[in-house]
Design a protein. Sequence first.
Length: 118
Amino acid sequence: MIVLALDPVAARHLVAALGRHVQRCERDGFVVPAQLRELFVLAVEASSRPSGAVGGHDSAGEGLAADDRLVAHGVAARRLGVSLRTVRRRVAAGELVAVGRRITLASLEALEAGGGRR
């Protein structure tokens, strides 16, 4: 089990760093360990909670699912009111954090809050 106790700002930095690392690993053909993906999901959770503290299990005792905090590129495009190509450009520019073929909900919400449509 992994437990994080981070303030939301530090957690957002961790999300960005881990997201880029996972992207590079996948691009270069390296296997991304399941624990690294779990750490990423927990950092996303910490970045969106006021206390920043999250544990590796929910109140029912079941593990977090990696897809709970990730959305498809198409969903991100619709929410931002932009094309899929623009979403891919924003991932490449670091404005959105992608894990595999999905976008982190935290990075999408942060872009929406900052007036993400361009």
